[in-house]
Design a protein around this ligand. Structure first.
Ligand code: HPA
Ligand code: ZN
Length: 326
């Protein structure tokens, strides 16, 4: 298929990928053994069989359990290095990865351990694979803002290597406005800002993220479509939405891939990109996500090109580096 080939061949940027969500079951077992962690699964097949989710929270419960095998700097390095191999395979040449420090510091793993493990792999990825990258620190929204503020303070020595902050975890009941102060502080420190919004939460949360948190991108944003005035505003400000098709399907944000709104989003003029979110949990990396759309909604050549161009335009690469990819 020529569209599959086009997807494979095009250099791409990925803007929405949680590094802890790239932990494949094989590595989960390897690290569990290395660190003496007991897993509640008999084998790799049992882990994969457990990956059947009704909603975001179903997934998050397994996601937080899975990350408990990550303990040493080497673990975080190995995890990130494995993801970068997938990037090379998929011809992802630039990636802006999320990490969830509170998922680790809360169980006694130091911020520096997490950070330096990921960072050393990203450096190696640039040197050996030519893949450029950035790190985005996500706050867990089910925790309170004080915890997020403490995390931003802990990150202080590393901020020159962190491009921005994000907001993830359980959305409903934890609106962006809950994190106004910490996002203001992040902005004062020169950090970019993104937030998951409108995945399960209402369009109002997207509005809060844009107007209150002053985000540079919206992660997911699917439910914006329920509010035409909001869509119009997002189009007018050219706000990128980092859409994750296989995640949407697996978390029941869409009922069927054939009903995925990506084409409607493009037609409305929204600045959408395609991303893998948590590739080890949702059945694939970036190319798999594009291919799933090609098969289910007959995504065409021009649409593929637009989505890929959007991924670089919406990236936090400096203007001159972005221009090289466009
Ligand atoms: N949504 C919210 N939180 C997350 C996700 C997601 O898709 N993946 C990892 N943490
Ligand atoms: Zn996400």
């Amino acid at each position: 298929d020529t569209r599959r080939q086009l997807i494979a061949d095009l250099p791409k940027a990925e803007l929405h990928m949680h590094i802890e969500g790239s932990l494949e079951p094989e590595m989960m077992f390897e690290l569990a053994q290395r660190n003496g962690v007991d897993l509640p699964y008999a084998d790799v097949e049992a882990v994969r069989a457990a990956y059947s989710f009704d909603c975001l929270q179903d997934f998050l419960d397994l996601y937080y359990r899975g990350m408990s095998v990550l303990q040493t700097e080497q673990d975080f390095h190995d995890l990130t290095w494995a993801y970068l191999q997938r990037c090379r395979h998929d011809n992802v040449v630039h990636t802006e990865i999320f990490f969830d420090p509170q998922g680790h510091t809360s169980r006694g793993v130091a911020f520096a351990t997490v950070f330096e493990g990921i960072w050393s792999a990203l450096l190696r990825g640039e040197a050996e694979l030519g893949i450029t990258s950035r790190m985005i620190l996500c706050f867990l929204r089910h925790l309170d803002e004080e915890d997020a503020l403490r995390t931003l303070d802990e990150a202080e020595p590393f901020l020159d290597r962190i491009i921005g902050v994000g907001l993830d975890s359980s959305e409903v009941g934890h609106p962006p406005s809950k994190f106004q102060r910490v996002f203001d502080q992040a902005g004062d420190r020169g950090l970019k800002r993104v937030a998951h919004a409108g995945e399960e939460g209402p369009p109002e949360y997207v509005r809060e993220a844009v107007e209150g948190l002053r985000v540079d991108r919206i992660d997911h944003g699917n439910r914006s479509l329920e509010d035409p005035a909001l869509v119009e505003a997002l189009v007018k400000m050219n706000m990128p939405l980092t859409v994750c098709p296989q995640s949407n399907l697996r978390l029941a944000v869409v009922k069927d891939m054939a009903e995925h709104p990506i084409r409607r989003m493009l037609e409305l003029g929204l600045h959408v990109t395609v991303n893998s979110d948590d590739p080890a949990y949702f059945g694939g990396y970036v190319n798999d996500n594009f291919n799933a759309l090609v098969e289910a909604v007959d995504l065409g050549r021009e649409e593929i090109l637009t989505l890929v161009r959007n991924s670089f335009e919406a990236s936090f690469l400096p203007e001159v580096e972005r221009a090289v990819h466009l």
